[in-house]
Design a protein around this ligand. Sequence first.
Ligand SMILES: *[C@@H]1O[C@H](CO)[C@@H](O)[C@H](O)[C@H]1NC(C)=O
Ligand SMILES: *[C@@H]1O[C@H](CO)[C@@H](O)[C@H](O)[C@H]1NC(C)=O
Ligand SMILES: *[C@@H]1O[C@H](CO)[C@@H](O)[C@H](O)[C@H]1NC(C)=O
Ligand SMILES: *[C@@H]1O[C@H](CO)[C@@H](O)[C@H](O)[C@H]1NC(C)=O
Length: 326
Amino acid sequence: MVSFLSVVLVVLILAVVFKIFIKLSVKRNGSYVCLIGKTAIITGGNSGLGYITAMDFAQRGARVIIACRNKDKAEEAVQKIIVATNNKNIVYKLLDCASLESVRNFAKDINENEPRLDILVNNAGISTGMGLTPDGIQTILQTNHISGFLLTHLLIDKLKKSAPSRIVMVSSPTSRFANLNLSNLKEFNTEALAKRFYALYYNSKLCNIAFAIEMAKRLEGSGVTINATHPGVAATEIVKDAKPWLKFGFNTFTSLFLYTAEEGAQTQIYASVANEVAHINGGFFGNCSRMDVYQTAKDPQFLRKVWEKSEELAKLKEEEKIPLLL
Ligand SMILES: *[C@@H]1O[C@H](CO)[C@@H](O)[C@H](O)[C@H]1NC(C)=O
Ligand SMILES: *[C@@H]1O[C@H](CO)[C@@H](O)[C@H](O)[C@H]1NC(C)=O
Ligand SMILES: *[C@@H]1O[C@H](CO)[C@@H](O)[C@H](O)[C@H]1NC(C)=O
Ligand SMILES: *[C@@H]1O[C@H](CO)[C@@H](O)[C@H](O)[C@H]1NC(C)=O
C-alpha cells in the first residue's frame, strides 16, 4: 500500500515537473501578423491542433475554411470560432481525406468559388486504421499523405495567383522512427512495413517532410513556399479512432506529461504566418525553430521516388503534375 502510494506520488511530482518544463520551454508563435483579406484552409480544422490553428487565423481576421469530414463537428467548430473571435467569415467544407474523389470535389469547389487562397495547412491525420480505402491505398498513408499531396497539386494555381502564399505540412516528431527508405519503397503501399508498432503512421509522417522538401524545389521562384512542421507530442484527438485503452492511455499520458493542443499548434501557426520565415522554403520546423531533417529525407533519390510513387497513387493526370524545372 505504501509503495503504491509512493509510486503515485512520484508520478504526480514527475508530471508537475514535466509540465513546468514544458510551460517554460515551449516557444510561442509570437507573431502579430494580420490576415485580413487573406483566405486560409485548414484540413482537420474542427479539432485538436487544427482547431487551435483555425481559431488563431480567425483572430487575425482571415477568411477561414475548415475542411473536415464530419458535418456536425464542423458546424460546432465554426460556431465556436465565430463566437470567440467575432469573425463571421468562417466556413466549413466537407472533405474526406480517405477518398481521392472527395479531395477532388473539395478542390473543385475552392477553385470555382474562392477568389484567393493564401495559406493551406495540411493538418488532418489519423494514427490508426489498417486496410485499404476504396481507392486501394493504405488508409493511414492516404489520409495523412496522399490526400494532402493531391489537394496541394489541385490548389497550386490558386496559391500561385495569391502569392506570396504558404503551404504547411503538419508532420510529427515520431517521423524519425519511420522505416521507409529507398530499398523498401516498393512496399510503400503495403502492410509489409507495418510490422513495427505504428510504422505506417511514422512512414506517412516522413512522407509529409519528403513531400515538403521536394515540392519546395518545384515551387522555386513561384512565390509559394512549403514547409513541414512538427507539434511535439501533443494531447490531441489523433488517437480518436484507436482502441479505448490506447486512447485513454495516450490522452492521459500526453495531458499529464506533454503538450496541450494549444502548445502543440504554435509551430504550425508560426510557419503559416510569421514574417521572419517568409523566405524559407522546404524547411522543417519544431518548437517554432528551424530543425535539421533526418538523413533519409535528405537523400534526393529518396525524395524523388516518394514523389513518383505518390503521383501514381494519387492518380494525378499528366497536366496536373508539377515538374522539376532544373
Ligand atoms: C524551445 O525554444 C526555446 C527558445 O529558443 C528554448 O529555450 C527551449 O529550450 C526550446 N524547447 C524545447 C523543448 O526544445
Ligand atoms: C500566437 O502569437 C500571438 C502573438 O504573441 C498571440 O496573440 C496568439 O495568441 C498566439 N497564438 C496561439 C494559438 O497561442
Ligand atoms: C531500409 O529499411 C529496412 C527496414 O527497416 C532495413 O532493413 C534496411 O537496412 C534499410 N535500408 C537502407 C538502405 O537504409
Ligand atoms: C519554408 O521552406 C523554405 C525552403 O523551401 C524556406 O525558404 C522558407 O523560409 C520556409 N517558410 C516558412 C514559412 O517556414
